[in-house]
Design a protein around this ligand. Structure first.
Ligand code: GLN
Length: 198
């Protein structure tokens, strides 16, 4: 099984390491041929506007969307979630990217006050045992609504910080930046048994 990490911008080395530590083969995805034969895809955190431009430049937007629509298991964190979302509510700073519309959530970028742009908080996540997960939030987006095609899978207190539509998981926090491998392990477990129609 080979898992791809979208490697255009952002915390790519951390995602490669997070998968590699579980003994799974990883491949950086920089262009359409890199999508061949993947059992899963990780979309890292970073800067979603830049990543969106690079998706166009690398001609990945369409083929990547097709794969995800066909059921490719995908784990997106932070900027990755922003890119996957169905709708973006305008953010304070303007200049929002064009989202892919693959996860039925409405999201607003950079939606935490300045002093809280980055923080850690315990997260409860469906299917994870052994206590709360250490949530690392960095200029995090906020999930404003979860649409009918998706459902909430992670919470920070009462707030939804993760959603899932089919094989697509989107999180506003960064499990790749912690030593706790439970989220990646759960995702890879799902990817191992997922059916992908090609
Ligand atoms: N603030 C970033 C954006 O809007 C996301 C931050 C992150 O990925 N840690 O793209």
């Amino acid at each position: 099984m080979i898992v791809g990490v979208l490697a255009l911008q952002g915390d790519v080395p951390e995602q490669l390491r997070a998968v590699g530590r579980l003994g799974v083969k990883v491949r950086p995805v920089r262009g359409p041929p890199d999508l061949e034969g993947l059992a899963g895809l990780l979309m890292p955190g970073g800067e979603s506007t830049t990543m969106s431009n690079l998706l166009d430049e690398s001609e990945l937007r369409e083929p990547l969307s097709q794969r995800v629509r066909a059921g490719l298991p995908t784990l997106a964190t932070c900027a990755g979630l922003i890119l996957l979302s169905r709708t973006l509510a305008p953010s304070a700073g303007g200049r929002d990217p064009q989202p892919l519309g693959l996860l039925d959530v409405r999201v607003r970028r950079n939606d935490f006050g300045r002093q809280r742009e980055s923080f850690e908080a315990p997260v409860r996540m469906e299917g994870l045992h052994g206590g709360p997960f250490p949530g690392v939030f960095i200029r995090s987006p906020r999930i404003l609504d979860v649409g009918p095609a998706a459902r909430a899978i992670a919470w920070r207190a009462d707030e939804v910080v993760g959603a899932r539509e089919g094989n697509v998981w989107g999180l506003t926090f960064h499990p790749e930046l912690t030593d706790d491998a439970r989220v990646h392990r759960a995702f890879l477990g799902m990817a191992r048994t997922a059916r992908v129609s090609r």
